[in-house]
Design a protein around this ligand. Sequence first.
Ligand code: SF4
Length: 482
Amino acid sequence: MSDIAKDATASRMPTYVGMPAFPKAAHEAVADTRLRRNLAHATGTIRERRAAAVAELDDWAELRDAGKRIKDHTLEYLGHYLRMLEGKVTEAGGVVHWARDAEEANAIVARLIKETGETEVVKVKSMATQEIGLNEALAEHGITALETDLAELIVQLADDRPSHILVPAIHKNRAEIRDLFSHRMPSAPEGLTDEPADLAEAARRHLRAKFLSAKVAVSGANFAIADTGTILVVESEGNGRMCLTLPETLITVMGIEKLLPSARDLEVFLQLLPRSSTAERMNPYTSAWTGVTPGDGPQNFHLVLLDNGRTDVRDEEVGRQALRCIRCSACLNVCPVYARAGGHAYGSPYPGPIGAILSPQIRGIGSKVDASLPFASSLCGACYEVCPVAIDIPEVLVHLRAKAAKKLPEKTVMKVAAWGLRSPARLALGQTLAGRARSLAPHLRFPRAWADTRDLPPIPKESFRAWWKRTHGDSADRKDAS
Ligand code: SF4
């Protein structure tokens, strides 16, 4: 990869600074028993509730198939639908901006905020803005972005990183959150308890003043409807709706794959998403807006359409299915690797199985972190089973594994094996040598990563070919030759 290409991918989605590759990061996380306990409790609860919510619907398989087909169709005609969306948003009084990568998107948002003269904005939880590191980029321009989703606020107050798509503070328990609020939230009451209602009330008081004074809000988008120009955000707390309706200016940053052709398609996705993510029959809050409406809601609306490597991913025959993702997080909650390693080990805003296939595709598979991600899976297939848009995550993982740079010992073993397997004579010689050295085999520790975790099966004294030759004479060789 050229330096220019490296720079280009680096500006798409930064790897967390100082982040080691997955095996080392996961090794450290697995040693943290409190983290493992918090994760096991939280993912176990959501997993059971999701299974029950999905089991209520007789037509779940049909819905899942419909979701997959709508997304595949939209991805195939993406350019057509994006142009349609741009036209409709503009017609309705919004302004559409196109961003090739994180750098461009951050520059557009910073400029738009500066033009309002504001230095503080409220934010609706958004994976796209995390992907591009918007908060950090705005800070460089002297702009503070205040997260208003409760879990996102917890992560921000703790100077931490999100570790789950839907529950970014899943790695923290209630006692830790109480301590955090008491120390970092000036309005937190004396003697705050760790009861969920008390913690929510403290956050509500803290955020209310911000909602009422904010002039600018930044959001992501769950869906955009091409033929009407409507943008949708679904959420559980209602804080997002405050951001989407109270400020004068609303800036939405949306990955281009969030598009749906028409409002009719929502019938499918507004069933798939809540049951897969929060195990609810429908989202408590679904906010939809089309451009601007005089005298009602934000009077300036900007839509930033973010590519950031997505068109490259779309051109990949196997990998493109990752763009169907609706960020429900069901795959995280069933993944045995995520449950033990936690979200930080994945080194990007997208953790778990979807992170393992999305991050290396967006950033490119050149770095150590990205090359390790396709291996952060047991390939058990549980993620595919629960995915509401049927993304075959194991298939993409195997596809990416083939592309990842191999380590020298692995490369050497593969090269020697390929050389030996190309010739019957070399194979026979290898089998004879292996038979003679069979007593050494149990003590072999090469390559380490394989040998330390696997028992080598006993090597027979005699190969099948040798046995055949001994018992049937040369007839086998003659058949081979013919
Ligand atoms: S890959 Fe599937 S299960 Fe995982 S977050 Fe995306 S839509 Fe949900």
